[in-house]
Design a protein around this ligand. Sequence first.
Ligand code: CTP
Ligand code: ZN
Length: 153
Amino acid sequence: MKTNSNQLIVNAIENGTVLDHIPSKNIFKVIDILKLESGENQVTIGMNLESKTFGKKGIIKIADRFFKDDEIGRIALLAPEATINVIKGYEVVEKKRIEIPEKVVGIARCANPLCVTNHQEIPTVFTTIRDNSKLKLLCHYCEKTTDAEDVLK
Ligand code: CTP
Ligand code: ZN
């Protein structure tokens, strides 16, 4: 562990996945969405680490676990800037960015109390809009725009 650099404040892993550049405040939501609590894999997390691009970032390291793209896609709303590092034999063998979907159907809730989706059993539909490092969702029904991290059910 290096102590003069924030890079390796959390120990390196031999094999597995490192989810980097996660907003610290969303770390536990990401852990929840990926159901890491119910797994057997060793998980280490870091919060409020210094980041060149973010101010403060969070990091989650999951030993011996490799995610499919659709699993990773589920954290897009919480961590649009995340980097997914695949680690094998202590080396980063692949570095992926999250793919932000153009539309988000059914998984988010519209923040507008008057929106029809809050009164009838219809799935929500949002168009995603990137606003610097923030992700915003434009409701298809009421056209209200909300921060993506505020609309998860
Ligand atoms: N990492 C790890 N175990 C390893 C190798 C890397 O936990 N055996 C972690 C590093 O601590 C870092 C992330 O995986 O948080 C990505 O590693 P690397 O690409 O070497 O770091 P950076 O160049 O800083 O990444 P980026 O440019 O994406 O910020
Ligand atoms: Zn709406």
